[in-house]
Structure formats: structure tokens, C-alpha cells
Write a protein that binds this ligand. Structure first.
Ligand code: NAD
Ligand code: MG
Length: 303
């Protein structure tokens, strides 16, 4: 049977393969944590495409790593769905963060910028306090920030580097959730960003991959613990997505060139393709979903 044809002449059935750039990608690398605006091609976070329909009207969200990548896609989508949004990011990412703040404000929503390093418990507490104060409450917490550095051998991972990955990916959500919990009323949600690495770790991501297994695990534990309070806890598990984390994470150029090419869809995903998943998990009509991991990996991996 012939596939239906779009007005632009493309075949619908082929679009998930062809609607975004495919490998080979241009060779590029940035210093950690990198900037979305300096990537080539610049990632799509849904700036021109995401359309809201009031699914998060009046909600108040804090998103870590909200300047770029999945966090930025979630921030844009949340604002267009009617939520006020606070974003956290590293001070070096001010340029990306400013764009997100402007996009949230353009929707007529409150936008709060909270730069700072999540590897400090004191900062995690200050961040939550500022979000609660400036948003006037909190009912969506997205623990999305992450550190990924490729090392071919465990022998090359220093204790400092290992510690930085654990602090960013495991301790920061722990500290942030503890600070946020007293403010979260029934109906609130916590969302973590896990990865296909949780179940299918790459050889060169020894430290990072185990933090993603921890993320999937804490989401399931906390979902059970917080269900009696009416707070839902879920995770998103992306596959290879075109974000600064990938071009500033020390991956070899050969790997980056082919990034996502091994997935059944044959390309890297774009953050924009995951924004609606963060909305779905936060929306009140997903009221029976808790302790779940929603995968989006181009046909590869398992959440
Ligand atoms: P990204 O670079 O856009 O986002 C990561 C963000 O983490 C940065 O923008 C930065 O603001 C934040 N961050 C890192 N260290 C921090 C620190 N110490 N303090 C405060 N903020 C810090 O890349 P992304 O790929 O969108 O990453 C978002 C999440 O998605 C991460 O948890 C990552 O592990 C996960 N993930 C990414 C992929 C992928 O292929 N890109 C795949 C699976 C999971
Ligand atoms: Mg960033």
C-alpha cells in the first residue's frame, strides 16, 4: 500500500527518518558544558513548532538544566501549556538561558532564572527556595541536569571526575527533592531524566551509565513512597539526542559524526521530539502514571 503523502510531497511513513538532520554530522566539540547556540546544526527545542492547549494552566515548574537540550524543550512546552517556569543552569550557560527566559516570557508566563552549581547541597536548597518564592509555589519538579564525560578506560576516570558525575546526577536530585517535598501538594509531580544507558550501558560511559540506572531506580522507589501523598514520580529515558552534553562530553569525532545512526530510525533525536513527553508526565490527566519510565530512543534501547 502506498503511504499517504503530505502537502510538501513527502511520505508520512518516512518522516520520522527524514524530518531532522541525519548523519554524518559535522565534526565539532565544545568545552563542557557547551552551548546549544554554538552547535551546528543548532538543536530544535520546539521554538517554532510546539503548540500548547492549556494542559498545564496555572502550574508552577522548576526544571534543572533548563537552558538547553531536553530541559529547554520541556521549559518551552510547559510555558506554552500555561505553566510558570523556573530554570536552573550553570553560570557559563547564561547565553542559552537568556533565550529560554525570553521564550517563557513571550507566552505571558512568569520566568525565573536560577544559575548555580547543583553539586552543592546548599545551592540545591537555595534554588528550591527561590523557585517557590518567585513562582508562588511549586508543583512540577524536573530533575534533568546531567554530567556526561566519555572515557575509554575506567583507569582514566579520576576520583574527582567520578565524584562530579555522582554529585550532579545522583546527589543533586536527592538534595533537590528533599528541599522541594515540603512544598509539593497532592497532584504534584517529580520527573527525572534517565537514559537508555540505564539498561544498556556503553563501555565508555562507566560512571555516567550507572547514574542513569540510579535515576530509573529512585523514580520507582519514590513513586511508591510518595503515592500515599498523591505525588507522582516518573522518568523520561532518551536515546541519542542532539544536545550540548554530546558535543562537550569528550566523545570521539568519529562517534559524533555517526551519532544516532545505529538506531532503527537512523538519526539522532532532537530535544523538540521529547518536549511533549515531559508535558504528558506532568499533566493532571496522566493521573494513574507513576513509577514509569517513558523511553524515546528512535527504536533502540529499552527504558
Ligand atoms: P544539555 O547539555 O542540554 O543539558 C544538561 C544540562 O545539565 C546543562 O545544560 C547544564 O545546565 C546542566 N548541568 C550539568 N552539570 C550541572 C551542574 N553541576 N549544576 C547545574 N547544572 C548542571 O544536554 P541534555 O542531553 O539535554 O541533558 C539533559 C539530560 O538528558 C541529562 O540528564 C542527560 O543525562 C540526559 N540524557 C541525554 C541524552 C542525550 O543523548 N543527549 C540521552 C539520554 C539522557
Ligand atoms: Mg546547557
Amino acid at each position: 500500500m502506498r503511504a499517504r503523502t503530505d502537502s510538501d510531497g513527502s511520505e508520512n511513513s518516512a518522516r520520522p527518518r527524514t524530518q531532522y538532520p541525519q548523519p554524518p554530522y559535522k565534526k565539532q566539540s565544545q568545552k563542557w558544558p557547551g552551548l546549544a547556540s554554538d552547535m551546528d546544526p543548532v538543536p530544535d527545542h520546539g521554538e517554532k513548532t510546539y503548540k500548547g492547549s492549556g494542559r498545564l494552566n496555572g502550574r508552577k515548574a522548576l526544571i534543572t538544566g533548563g537552558d538547553s537540550g531536553m530541559g529547554r524543550a520541556a521549559a518551552i512546552a510547559y510555558a506554552r501549556e500555561g505553566a510558570d517556569v523556573a530554570i536552573n543552569y550553570l553560570p557559563d550557560e547564561e547565553q542559552d538561558a537568556k533565550q529560554v527566559i525570553e521564550l517563557i516570557k513571550a507566552e505571558g508566563r512568569v520566568a525565573v532564572a536560577i544559575p548555580g552549581d547543583l553539586r552543592s547541597e546548599a545551592f540545591c536548597q537555595e534554588m528550591v527556595a527561590k523557585a517557590v518564592k518567585d513562582l508562588g509555589g511549586l508543583d512540577i519538579l524536573v530533575n534533568n541536569a546531567g554530567r556526561q564525560q566519555t572515557q575509554a578506560s575506567i583507569m582514566d576516570i579520576t576520583s574527582e571526575a567520578f565524584d562530579a558525575t555522582m554529585k550532579t546526577n545522583i546527589y543533586a536530585p536527592f538534595w533537590t527533592i528533599k528541599a522541594a517535598l515540603p512544598h509539593l501538594k497532592p497532584g504534584s509531580v517529580i520527573i527525572g531524566t534517565s537514559s537508555e544507558q540505564a539498561m544498556d550501558p556503553s563501555a565508555e560511559l562507566y560512571d555516567y551509565a550507572q547514574t542513569k540506572a540510579a535515576t530509573t531506580n529512585y523514580v520507582k522507589s519514590l513513586a511508591k513512597q510518595l503515592a500515599p501523598k498523591g505525588i507522582r514520580v516518573n522518568a523520561v529515558a532518551p536515546g541519542p539526542i542532539w544536545t550540548p552534553l554530546q558535543v562537550s562530553g569528550g566523545a570521539t569525532m568519529e562517534k559524533l559524526e555517526k551519532f544516532g545512526g545505529m538506531t532503527p530510525l537512523g538519526r539522532a533525536g532532537q530535544p523538540a521530539e521529547l518536549g511533549s513527553i515531559y508535558v504528558q508526565l506532568a499533566a493532571a490527566d496522566a493521573s494513574y502514571a507513576t513509577g514509569q519510565v517513558y523511553g524515546s530512543a528512535g527504536g533502540s534501547g529499552q527504558p
